[in-house]
Design a protein around this ligand. Structure first.
Ligand code: ZN
Length: 250
């Protein structure tokens, strides 16, 4: 039976049988991995508190060829998010992140860049609702970008012209942009220069600095998030709920 060791983020845990748990990991080297932690529900489990959601661990597991669930042999805590995860806003944000990752990333499909992005989001130290809302936009955009689903919003899709910094463009049904010369009718949904600046900032800044940059942009970041959620919904084939109650807290 092949044995693997890789740094991993704990995404979710479920109870299984009497004393066991199923744990969903996002691993650095092998993408999403689901495993059984035998005896993890016991008081004196050898896993201790290492399998709490959003912890970073060194994971050792073995894989049987015909089983989707791996056997977890060892998990050593590298970084705990236990204190942060007791805050409802943090839990809400990263449960959302975990659900989207599980929906988006096929099991055992390695994606180290995505791994590093998610880890940076968890470790960014964001705690306020505004910072966490910014973290969600950051995650949504990178998830789409790394999956190859994010249209290029720097140019007009009709004439290939680079859009000017403050220029407003129409957004098409396929989420590409059209400049005012190329659009066929008026009154459609638009993407402003501010919206595009938010996208640019996500792509050039670490999550913490992005959260600081976006606080002055208020509603615009929430509007970008609405569009990203629609793109994500199309990719995963189900509606991603919008979060109006959080959006106002930028
Ligand atoms: Zn154009």
């Amino acid at each position: 039976m092949p044995l693997f060791e890789t740094e991993s983020l704990v995404l979710k845990t479920y109870n299984l049988a009497e004393a066991d748990r199923i744990v969903v990991f996002f691993t650095r080297e092998h993408g999403i991995v689901r495993g059984v932690a035998k005896g993890a529900k016991r008081l004196k489990s050898r896993f201790g508190s290492t399998l709490e959601p959003f912890s970073t661990v060194t994971l050792e597991y073995f894989q049987k060829e015909d089983r989707e669930l791996v056997g977890i042999r060892r998990a050593e805590l590298l970084r705990s998010s236990f204190a942060a995860a007791s805050e409802p806003a943090f839990l809400h944000t990263f449960s959302y992140v975990a659900d989207l990752l599980i929906a988006f990333v096929p099991p055992h499909d390695s994606n180290e860049t995505l791994y590093r992005m998610v880890k940076a989001c968890i470790e960014s130290g964001s705690t306020t609702q505004g910072e966490l809302a910014a973290t969600r936009v950051y995650f949504e955009l990178w998830l789409l970008r790394l999956g190859g689903y994010m249209p290029d919003w720097t140019t007009c899709h009709g004439c290939d012209r680079k859009l000017a910094p403050g220029e407003t463009a129409d957004i098409k049904a396929d989420f590409h942009l059209l400049c005012s010369n190329c659009r066929k009718s008026r009154g459609g949904e638009v993407i402003s220069g501010t919206h595009r600046e938010i996208v640019r900032n996500v792509l050039r800044l670490p999550p913490r600095e992005f959260a600081e940059s976006v606080s002055a942009m208020g509603e615009s970041a929430a509007e970008v998030s609405q569009v990203l959620k629609r793109i994500i919904s199309g990719v995963i084939g189900r509606e991603v709920a919008s979060e109006k109650s959080f959006a106002v807290n930028f």
